[in-house]
Design a protein around this ligand. Structure first.
Ligand code: SF4
Length: 377
């Protein structure tokens, strides 16, 4: 079994904090991308290990895949079914932004077998959405969720963002209340990070961005965990909560080291410790596909140390934590022994706790997950 990710790099507007691979939607560009992705899928689908795998999770991400027209979406799914063997019970997720969601489009997606929709809501405050430079309103977000439910999507994720410029805990509390009222079965919570080269990075440098300080930022994260777990969501990964049984299977498999194939610009692929990544920008991807028939520009086989680092990072981000017995089995007692002083230090600082054979981030550790993992490397 393996996952399939397809990157659709088009958006209706450029969000000023975004550093994903995306382009503004322009007539004629989508068909060029789809032709290149078809070519890539044709080639990869014939190669091992993908020719032997059954695909049990599919994720159309972006960008904004719901920018595509119905015929373009049909073309994508036609290609998927032509080139790969798909498990009849596959989880099939499409990312969507509220301004691109229409009932007719959702019906078409359901007809194409899509059973999970992930909506980039970010906030239920028009003022915060404006400050984030988003191209939708709170009302459009609410209607998008309602339409998804009416159309028969049982699995609905909403992405929420905290730490927006000028955001107060009271506004974040209202956004969380709205989220709970809409009752999606999955919620992803992300703190705004300022990425180099973005419009927000420039504004911050000029002192024009009123960002919450670290304490308020972390406070918003805990506020979300408390509100959502209190409403019946299970916190299963640092940034993800779901109703029981509604975890994102695609992401869980990737975090557990499963195989996945990525198609399109910037898409990553993993198989048995070998990772590749495609050229990040659309123009470079199209040129590479035309000239070489493939667009890989990073290809690495992880060393044992790199595998250990990745194992620690991914397993500690899961709320179940890292199974130290499984770690010893995989990487030996020495690898564990070398980390024991660091584990003791982190435990003494209240960042890690031991539950039986499992090593877990504490509540304090969750807010510093990346630093804790780095310390264990
Ligand atoms: S919609 Fe998403 S991918 Fe597109 S610009 Fe905004 S944050 Fe980036």
């Amino acid at each position: 079994m393996a996952g399939l990710y397809i990157h659709i790099p088009f958006c209706t507007r450029a969000c000023p904090y975004c550093d994903f691979s995306f382009e503004l939607l322009k007539d004629g560009r989508v068909d060029g991308l789809l032709a290149a992705v078809e070519k890539e899928a044709g080639r990869r689908g014939r190669e091992a290990p993908w020719s032997d795998h059954v695909i049990n999770t599919i994720f159309l991400g972006g960008g904004t895949p719901t920018c595509l027209t119905d015929p373009q979406l049909e073309r994508v799914f036609g290609m998927i079914h032509d080139r790969f063997r798909i498990d009849p019970d596959a989880e099939i997720t499409v990312e969507a932004n509220p301004e691109t969601i229409r009932v007719s489009k959702l019906q078409r997606l359901r007809g194409l077998g899509v059973n999970r929709i992930s909506i980039g809501v970010q906030s239920f405050s028009d003022e915060i959405l404006r400050r984030l430079g988003r191209s939708h309103t709170a009302d459009q977000a609410a209607r998008a969720i309602a339409h998804a439910r009416e159309t028969g999507f049982d699995h609905i994720n909403i992405d929420l963002m905290f730490g927006a410029p000028g955001q107060m805990p009271s506004e974040w509390a209202e956004t969380l209340d709205h989220a709970v009222d809409h009752d999606p079965d999955h919620v992803s919570i992300y703190g705004l990070t300022i990425e180099p080269g973005t419009e927000f990075a420039r504004l911050e440098e000029e002192g024009l961005l009123d960002l919450p300080d670290d304490d308020r930022h972390v406070g918003c994260y805990f506020q979300a965990l408390d509100r959502l777990t209190g409403a019946g969501y299970r916190h299963y990964e640092v940034s993800n909560l779901s109703k029981p049984g509604a975890e994102c299977r695609h992401n869980v498999s990737c975090w557990n080291g499963g195989d996945y194939l990525g198609l399109g610009p910037s898409a990553h692929t993993h198989s048995g410790g070998r990772r590749t990544a495609n050229t990040r920008d659309l123009a470079g991807y199209l040129t590479a596909m035309e000239e070489r028939g493939e667009a890989v520009d990073m290809d690495e086989t992880l060393s044992v140390d790199e595998r250990i680092h990745e194992y620690i990072l991914l397993s500690l981000r899961s709320i179940e934590g890292m199974d130290t017995l499984a770690f010893r089995d995989r990487y030996g007692d020495d690898a564990m022994g070398r980390r024991e002083p660091a584990i003791r230090t982190l435990a003494a600082e209240g960042l890690l706790s031991e539950r039986g054979s499992r090593l877990c981030l504490t509540r304090k550790g969750l807010a510093l997950a990346d630093s804790v993992c780095a310390y264990l490397m």
